[in-house]
Design a protein around this ligand. Structure first.
Ligand code: NAI
Length: 341
């Protein structure tokens, strides 16, 4: 079956890692017609807008996009296109599965945690003002509607992926109304899922517990700001932003993206690691019903990382290039493909 997917290569190392991932998906035998659009600096110079309306229309039509990193220009008045995409498409759930991988040396083994972050409100509502000179106010918005739908997303994810426990993370002991509402919505939704354990942790304790023993956690559910911080902390447990997947999901569509930036220091040098975007593409393949191909790519990643350093890029201790990794992945996929797959 053929799929039509919006492709946003982005800038910096974006085009390199995107080209690699597109090639690997082709090697996995998935038939995708890519609708490619410029976003970011390239779109500013061509159309005067880093996120032209055709891009949103394409994602709304196709329901799925794969996106490389995009430089956020400083001091130009243009808002981050990541934030604009999330708002315009109401991509309310940020999903980050974090799992230990072979030959990526870290302090912890067998980490396997899913971070679910609410993407639309909290202190990210952009409601800030100066009350009097020297005093500013930033509003934290928490609603029953958004808290309930993100809690349901987390439990549904747990149910459909065989996960056993969802832990809500909060500071309801201090922010009794806002975090209290988030926690209450979580507890209400939890009653609909009697087969999944539901517990909660105060954010500061969670951070300590994560670095002492990350293996005690399964699915973590967080508001926007705590989620932003903790999702990077958890990525650090398995090797950092260069190796983990990210997706922003809503009723209108889903955008699968690398969580690292555009790495201008290494752009165009064949040094970029496509692994993070590839992990996001694995999530995307699951999302579009290509679970078997997703599994083949996942198996090939494990195989390639477990083999020689010349097949891995330098940021994860290898000696290889972007092209070496891509070639090794395609080779592993060719060898790993079983008849009938
Ligand atoms: P960055 O993630 O681009 O780079 C930080 C360091 O990690 C650099 O040394 C870079 O070479 C390295 N690195 C990052 N990704 C890598 C990869 N795939 N392979 C090998 N090395 C990699 O963060 P930075 O420098 O803070 O941001 C650069 C630009 O990216 C900024 O304009 C920022 O706004 C933007 N950005 C975009 C994001 C997105 O589109 N999702 C996310 C984060 C930042």
């Amino acid at each position: 079956m053929s799929h039509v997917i919006t492709l946003l290569p982005g800038d910096g190392i974006g085009p390199e890692v995107t080209a690699s991932v597109v090639a690997i998906i082709e090697c996995a035998g998935v038939d995708i017609e890519w609708e490619k659009y410029f976003v970011g600096s390239e779109a500013i110079s061509r159309y005067g807008d880093p996120l032209p309306p055709e891009v949103l229309e394409s994602i709304l039509r196709n329901k799925v996009a794969l996106k490389g990193p995009v430089t956020t220009p400083v001091g130009t008045g243009f808002a981050s296109i990541n934030v604009r995409l999330r708002k315009a498409l109401d991509l309310y759930a940020n999903l980050r599965p974090v799992k230990s991988m072979p030959n990526i040396i870290t302090r912890y083994e067998n980490v396997d945690v899913i971070v679910v972050r609410e993407n639309t409100e909290d202190l990210y509502s952009g409601l800030e003002h100066e009350v009097v000179p020297g005093v500013v106010e930033s509003l934290k918005i928490i609603t029953e509607r958004a808290s309930t739908r993100i809690a349901r997303f987390a439990f549904e994810y747990a149910r459909t992926h065989g996960r056993k426990k969802v832990t809500a993370v909060h500071k309801a002991n201090i922010m009794k109304m806002s975090d209290g509402l988030f926690l209450q919505c979580f507890r209400n939704v939890a009653k609909e899922y009697p087969n999944i354990e539901a517990d909660d942790k105060i954010i500061d304790n969670l951070c300590m517990q994560l670095v002492v023993n990350p293996n005690q956690f399964d699915v973590l559910l967080l508001e926007n700001l705590y989620g932003d911080i903790v999702s990077d902390l958890v990525a650090g447990l398995v090797g950092g932003l260069g190796v983990v997947a990210g997706a922003n999901i809503g009723e209108n569509g889903a955008v699968f993206e690398a969580v690292h930036g555009s790495a201008p220091d290494i752009a165009g040098q064949n040094k970029a690691n496509p692994l993070a975007l590839l992990q996001s593409a694995v999530l995307m393949l699951h999302h579009i019903g290509e679970g078997r191909a997703a599994q083949r790519v996942q198996d090939a990643i494990v195989k390639v990382l477990a083999s020689g350093p010349e097949q891995r890029t330098r940021d994860i201790g290898g000696t290889g290039t972007t092209a070496d990794f891509t070639a090794a992945m395609c080779e592993a996929l060719r060898k790993g493909t079983r008849a009938g797959d």
